[in-house]
Design a protein around this ligand. Sequence first.
Ligand SMILES: [Mg+2]
Length: 247
Amino acid sequence: MTVLKAITFDLDDTLWDNHGVMLRTEEGHYRWLLDALRAWRTARQEPALALDPVNGGQDYLQRRLQLAKAKDVPERRGDFTWLRLRALEAQLEAQGLTRSGALLWAAAAMNEFHRLRIQVTPHPEATGLLTALAERYQLAAITNGNIHLARQPLAAHFPVAIAAGELLAPKPDPTPFLTALARLNVAPECAMHVGDSWEEDILPAQQLGMHAVWIAAAGDEVLPPRVHRIAHIKELPSVLKLLENEV
Ligand SMILES: [Mg+2]
């Protein structure tokens, strides 16, 4: 008999809809950087940089993609904050900023990135659900995203929170799952992972022997053992009830 002791959650597109937030964050932090730099250079009577949100934004993206493919640091490809910092530093140095100026402005832009990135709106059911679950289960968050884990709005519900990119082992690598389970001191078969990505959440969790709940639109595929599908996080209690009746 298996008794479920812990539930691990993906964050983006599981506990909130991430699409609008990423668009606003992507555009917003870069625009902030260009505006702040322009004001700074004007005050110092220096010419404006030849960067605008469109061409500069494209160049910033290309530099990130290039860095993610770089052979000398393959383990950094999933660490999105690292990629963004290095890309911005390189872009600003290429525009003639000193090395220290480039480092400073890139860091400031990423600070703005994180300020915007945490402005997610959790599904209205999330807080009540996590509060109720915490009475019975240990909870953890496992994300590939670079949201600031201590500052995100549901942080208080997750005593264990894993940023897989910072472990240099983004999901589907089993490392972030095993790290969470080790910190919770729970065996995989006594844990459940909840997430929206088949490849990054459900398959690796299932292959480790965890239960898995896939947030996805209804379909007619046959799901492997220990995998359940729901359309929305608010249906999770019904899956848990089903499991409790099985054991
Ligand atoms: Mg997700």
